[in-house]
Design a binder for this molecule. Structure first.
Ligand SMILES: Cc1cc2nc3c(=O)[nH]c(=O)nc-3n(C[C@H](O)[C@H](O)[C@H](O)COP(=O)(O)O)c2cc1C
Length: 186
């Protein structure tokens, strides 16, 4: 497979998916690629769970929307406005639309477990996009319910829910100019 330079420039968050399915082998391959990320002491503290079952996806959506309702009640008006400007609201249809939800956990007993797991998540996002697929870094305020729903021990801390599927990358989000994110010391 070709891992193109373009993948860094074309990767965008997708919040609307088609019902086109993905072979499980592709999902496995993406996770295999994500599992090649570096980690503190090479402990590889990440755990990837793949949810295909529609009843489970509906339960996850229901829990997430409950958490979002509670969150939106508490946030400052300015933040709420910023979310609305981004077309974000409490509805999370992508959680049942996407053929897969990949819920990622980090094992707590290792050094840099959060940093390492997020490196792996970044690799997952790039790997998925390199297959022409889309995903979204979805991080509801509380994710502890995933441990009981997916029967994952409390040694693992949920980090993110990544829907995985085909969806349009609308592309519009600009990035800072390169000169604005670099300082040189010569
Ligand atoms: C750590 C992190 C958490 C995020 N959490 C959410 C989230 O909970 N919901 C959401 O819709 N997008 C979330 N995003 C996606 C960002 O909003 C998105 O990456 C950013 O606006 C840039 O847009 P783009 O990815 O389409 O270029 C998150 C991204 C990161 C890196």
């Amino acid at each position: 497979m070709n891992f193109s330079h373009d993948v860094f420039f074309n990767t965008r968050s997708v919040r609307k998916y088609t019902d086109q399915d993905i072979p499980i082998e592709t999902v496995d391959e993406i996770i295999k690629m994500a599992g090649q990320a570096p980690s503190g002491l090479n402990k590889q503290p990440w755990l990837y769970t793949i949810v295909k079952n529609i009843e489970l996806k509906e339960k996850i959506k229901k829990e997430c929307e409950k958490i979002e309702i509670d969150y939106y009640k508490r946030i400052k008006p300015k933040l709420k406005e910023a979310f609305l400007n981004m077309n974000l609201n409490i509805k999370k249809k992508f959680l049942t639309e996407a053929p897969y939800l990949v819920c990622v956990f980090a094992k707590k007993d290792t050094p840099y477990f959060v940093e390492s797991t997020w490196l792996s998540i970044a690799w997952f996002i790039l790997a998925a996009n390199s297959f022409g697929l889309s995903t979204l870094t979805y991080t509801p305020e509380r994710m502890g319910f995933l441990n009981s729903l997916l029967d994952i021990s409390s040694e693992y801390l949920p980090q993110v829910i990544l829907p995985l599927g085909f969806g349009e990358k609308k592309g519009g989000k600009q990035r800072k100019a390169t000169e604005d994110i670099i300082r040189y010391y010569e």
